[in-house]
Write a protein that binds this ligand. Structure first.
Ligand SMILES: Nc1ncnc2c1ncn2[C@@H]1O[C@H](COP(=O)(O)OP(=O)(O)O)[C@@H](O)[C@H]1O
Ligand SMILES: [Mg+2]
Length: 244
């Protein structure tokens, strides 16, 4: 059961947040259409993770976040998850003592309706296999390689069948082919993703829309091929134009 297209659209409207008087996000506004990858790129400290923290409800902020036409403002993270929002973290957080399959089953906490344990286990095993982590499914998460930790964390986020998945630098520590394989599999499972990513080559291949953040503001947005040729984006982030 995949969520309807409308349920997967996200609007970020005039989102702002400050830490000790420092404006980390200021008037951030953009839309994520259902279907495909919207990438969020920008220099370190631009506010990318902060934005995901606002969308997922970890940070209080001004402005509004709307998923599938309904405002998420004021909702705690677990309520947003039950509305169909899933996320992963820049550093995967797993229960190290538990086997991978049990870690993935913890994703059930975000389900709007509980399902029998047997069904959850079947679904967890299917996701683990599709993300290429079959060989480690019974191993404790603490013993995993970086790539397999990443796979386990993403499988857990996918378990509830989210309408939209927020990924914070999922390719960090993976080689290009590994990251492409993993993200392609993720997209086949959850059709709408917001991808915070440093690897611009990966973004060029996967994203249909790119939003560039710089010092907490949207510097530019548009199709990847146009955004990487934007002089403002080259000056603030890319340093030089990306060929292709
Ligand atoms: N919880 C917090 N407390 C104080 N400052 C924060 C907090 N979270 C983020 N920031 C600040 O907000 C800015 C944006 O950080 P972040 O969103 O992590 O950037 P990015 O993910 O783009 O590298 C940085 O200046 C960072 O120090
Ligand atoms: Mg970050």
């Amino acid at each position: 059961m995949s969520p309807s297209a409308e349920a997967s659209s996200l609007q970020i409207r005039d989102v702002g947040v400050s830490f000790d008087g420092v404006r980390a996000l200021d008037g951030v506004t953009f839309s994520v259409d259902a279907g495909g990858v919207t990438a969020v790129i920008g220099p370190n400290g631009a506010g990318k993770t902060t934005l995901l923290n606002c969308v997922s409800g970890l940070y209080r902020h001004t402005g509004d976040v709307v998923l599938g036409g309904a405002s998420l403002s004021g909702l705690a993270p677990h309520r947003r998850a039950r509305r169909g929002l899933a996320r992963t973290f820049q550093t995967p957080a797993l229960v190290d003592e538990l086997p991978v399959v049990d870690n993935v089953m913890l994703g059930a906490a975000a389900m709007a309706r509980p399902e029998p344990e047997r069904r959850l286990r079947e679904r967890a095993l299917e996701l683990i296999a599709r993300l290429g982590a079959d060989a480690v499914r019974d191993q404790p998460a603490g013993s995993l390689s970086h790539g397999d930790r990443r796979r386990a964390e993403i499988a857990r986020a996918l378990l509830p069948g989210p309408a939209l998945l927020l990924l914070d630098e999922p390719a960090a520590g993976l080689d290009h082919d590994e990251a492409m394989g993993l993200l392609t599999a993720v997209l086949e499972i959850c059709g709408t993703c917001v991808l915070v990513e440093h690897d611009v080559e990966l973004v060029m291949k996967l994203a249909r829309h790119v939003v560039v953040l710089d010092t907490g503001r949207v510097l530019a947005e548009g199709p990847p091929t146009l955004v990487v040729r934007d002089q403002k984006v080259i000056d603030a982030y890319l340093g030089q134009e990306i060929p292709g």
